[in-house]
Design a protein around this ligand. Sequence first.
Ligand code: ME8
Length: 541
Amino acid sequence: MNKFYITTPIYYVNGKPSIGHTYTTVAADALARFHRLKKEDVYFVTGTDENSQKNIQAMEATGESDPEVYLARMAAEWKQTWRDLDISIDDFIRTSEPRHLAGVERFWNAVKETGDIYEGEYEGLYCVGCEAFKATSDLVEDRCPLHPNKELETLKEKNYFFRLTKYREELLKLYEAGNDFVMPESRRHEIRNYVADHLSDISISREKKSVGIGIPVPGDDSQVIYVWFDALINYLTAIGYGTDETKFEHLWPADLHLVGKEIIKFHCALWPAMLMSAAKNDPLLREENGSAKLPKQVFAHGFFTIDGQKISKSLGNAIDPRALVPTYGFDAIRYYLLREIPFGEDGDFSHTRLQERYTADLANTLGNLLNRAVAMSRKYFDGKVPDPFVTQAALPEVSGEWSGKEGLDALAVAVGKAYEHTRVDHALELIWSGADRAHGAGLSQANKYIEDTQPFKLVKENPEAVGRILYALLEACRWYAWLLHPVMPQASKQIFFQIGLNEEKELSERWDEALVWGKLKAGTPLPEPRPLFPRLNEEST
Ligand code: ME8
């Protein structure tokens, strides 16, 4: 059985999850669910990045003084948010957990043994917002462009350094064309340029007395490990590195690290270089031929703004995703986030667009199709799925194309490929596609088929043909429930229910076995239809 290990960044707990964090997590969830439909052995991890100064500053701003209590409360809040949004995580890692500390220590020692850690003095600037050291070339008007309101710290400290530059050539090889280590391609160019022209060794510790939080450097109590060096290792410790070798060997390397575009230097340069270094002294991290076992891909998506503005605490515009659930339900939020912007590009979150998509795509297109197919079948065929083979009556001529079986076959292949390539936005676009598509089996086309054939008029003169039309539509709804499940698990369950199927039974099949035309049985009783996406109440929006 293929395994599929997928991660999100572990998030700082200096605030609650926003729409931005939700975007990454929901996308990862959709991909994890897709791979589960293929019956792969999926492991999906998210978590919290706790050994960070910015968490401590946030704690102090709330008037609290016990980091352990604060971090535990916040981690619980993040975990609960993902539960509330039906995120199907297999594990949630906190970097304050003993299992993480054990792995970090092992990893540090391996890198040290390779000879890639040396003592030096760091003199320069540090942005707590990014938790990163800054060169003057990184600044805009003497400030961090990502955190222009934060004062930069001026540091002059004795630190441990990592020989990042030693791995320049190996990294450049990793980014070569044909190797999809960094996706999308535009990010690969960006990181290649950075590594080729700007890479320098990096400080990987801080003086304990100046930061107040962090994992102690093994063998030197006066220093703590730099938070990014510790945080990246979560991808190993979450699956047993340092605590459960069997599990680790089964799951590592990661198949996909999903991240936002602002943290690619850490994920696409520092992280593989750290692994290359540690692998030289840790057999768990290398292939039999001696090369490091590296993650297969880092996919960096774009950034959401809200109504055109950067999401920021100081602007007070961060939206708690849970606040939207009572109005829209979480499937609609998931759909909107993943459909609205091409995966990899930036985009804007707007309430108006969310409402428009809810009404046009979900209520009017998907909801209506299901409702009409079920209601007509119940009315004309005794409350049951009609039998399409009752007669060989020719289907009526229709304008446009609705090829049912062949169309859906092609659609499922294309949608599968889109999920496979992390293009959830493409998958959704295909599912909603209409007459303009080569294979007219998307939702818009299915609706058009009803308009073209007018079963409600045809039923008097040719009920057999109507039986075939309605069967095709109900069976198509079964396919849509499968294709949509990764993004909209609740709607998918409802669709199965409304066409007389049991979700659990249906999903026990494998994607390619289930997506075979004609599996919906004629005569299946259809329950009373209910709107899948009820109209939005103006007052609530
Ligand atoms: O960077 N649009 O944590 P973080 C899209 N702890 N995605 C967004 C977003 C937005 N407006 N805002 C946040 C860290 N994200 C480190 C990571 S990993 C070893 C350590 C998402 O809390 C996006 O995935 O600042 C981004 O990369 C991540 O949240 C940053 O979360």
